[in-house]
Design a protein around this ligand. Structure first.
Ligand SMILES: [Zn+2]
Length: 273
């Protein structure tokens, strides 16, 4: 298999979540990629704006606020026309850029448009486009799916950078069917649902860092091989659509990767020597 692992990895934590240990995630990436240089940072937006020339920063913020306002999904169904948003929305996005994480969540962004806006930031920050960049955010994003023509929340979009959402971890993989049925029938109270923490991830869940290791691995595989996913449920690269599958592949499975991906990880590490 033709694979070329990244020589440098940059991990940004823009989530503001107390449950994310970016140092541990960097250690994990270093373990997978024996010879890569792995750097970790705090907020991606603050870092990139700080790295560019001050005279460029204001213009960049204005451009970015435009792009982020246009990345907002206002209709969950059907093809989206990317239209200019009213000035107060653009202004709001601009103010959010100047805030420290966690930034307020409440808007769904188009995942690829968000990625494009972050790519603009990245190109001004002096990070090589050959490097793998992973941005962990609490913003919620989704992608339009061909199957039903609707937006679905996502945990990760692959691109430059790869963007991973902590809100997506909670919202995107579905909870057990019984949860939705019981909620509809009013069989369980919200308090009773809160008392069942092992079945799905919560906001700021203490298991978040361990689960995110799988998404860091997916970003690495995407960058090195073009294929981030695996069909084996016990592999960290499994593309989980259900919370119980997510928790199984990232926490409960005895093996970290399936046999095939275990071999691939070893191949990637050898590439550095
Ligand atoms: Zn696998």
């Amino acid at each position: 298999m033709a694979s070329l692992p990244p020589t440098r990895v940059h991990l940004f934590n823009s989530s503001g979540s107390p449950s994310i240990d970016v140092v541990e995630l960097a250690r994990y990436a270093r373990r997978l990629l024996g010879g890569a240089e792995v750097r970790h940072y705090g907020d991606f937006i603050g870092y990139c704006l700080g790295a560019c020339d001050p005279s460029d920063a204001e213009r960049l913020k204005a451009d970015l606020a435009e792009m982020l306002s246009e990345a907002r999904v206002t209709d969950l169904v059907g093809k989206r026309d990317r239209t200019r948003q009213p000035q107060p929305v653009v202004e709001y996005e601009r103010r959010m850029l100047e805030r420290k994480p966690p930034r307020p969540v409440g808007v769904l962004y188009d995942g690829f448009d968000l990625c494009a806006a972050y790519d603009l930031l990245l190109s001004n920050a002096g990070i090589s486009s050959d490097d793998l960049v992973v941005v962990i955010t609490n913003l919620l994003f989704g992608t339009l799916e061909g199957d039903d023509g609707r937006y679905h929340a996502r945990v990760i979009v692959f691109g430059s950078p790869c963007v991973v959402s902590t809100s997506g971890l909670v919202e995107a993989p579905a909870r057990p069917r019984a949860y939705y049925l019981e909620e509809r029938l009013g069989v369980t109270t919200p308090q009773e649902q809160e008392d069942m923490p092992e079945k799905w991830l919560r906001v700021n869940d203490p298991r978040t860092t361990e689960v995110l290791k799988g998404y860091v691995a997916q970003a690495i595989f995407y960058h090195a091989t073009g294929e981030p996913f695996c069909e084996e449920r016990g592999c960290r690269l499994f593309n989980a659509h259900w919370q119980e599958d997510l928790l199984f592949s990232q926490l409960e499975s005895e093996a970290e990767f399936c046999e095939y991906h275990d071999r691939t990880v070893k191949t990637l590490s050898r590439r550095y020597s």
